[in-house]
Design a protein around this ligand. Structure first.
Ligand code: 5GP
Ligand code: ZN
Length: 117
């Protein structure tokens, strides 16, 4: 993957617009374009890694920074009282569509069963 072809690398570079809600030196968090819950934020490392397994293998410290950013987003979006869900869809069975690792942070209502049958 050439990163200039990657949707989320283009958002990091500022070539595509996004509603950014949280940013650190190494991570970016922005609202999902098709929200599945009242709060639906995507948290990514600015550096391109295809999925959570590749990220963890390449840089476990950066993986931790993505998790810390997800927790900060949950706090800032007012989700910590009611609870929330963090999801890394991975690969075909995981339903991953964008191959730049991203944590979905979802909340703002009871989210129901973890997966449908
Ligand atoms: P995945 O299925 O790969 O886990 O999730 C990809 C997510 O990216 C989807 O929830 C989709 O709505 C979101 N998405 C796709 N294109 C864009 C975009 O251009 N901007 C934003 N903010 N989200 C996007
Ligand atoms: Zn990328």
């Amino acid at each position: 993957m050439v990163t200039s072809d990657c949707l989320f690398c283009r958002i990091v570079k500022g070539d595509l617009p996004a509603t950014v809600v949280h940013e650190t030196a190494t991570t970016l968090a922005f609202r999902d374009i098709g929200p599945k819950a009242p709060v639906h934020v995507l948290v990514i490392p600015k550096e391109h890694h295809a999925d959570v397994a590749a990220l963890a293998a390449a840089d476990s410290g950066l993986a931790g920074e993505v998790l810390a950013a997800a927790a900060a987003v949950a706090e800032e979006e007012g989700l910590t009282g009611g609870g929330f869900r963090v999801i890394f869809n991975t690969g075909e069975h995981g339903g991953q569509e964008v191959f730049h690792v991203h944590a979905h942070v979802l909340g703002g209502r009871a989210l129901g069963p973890m997966v449908s049958a």
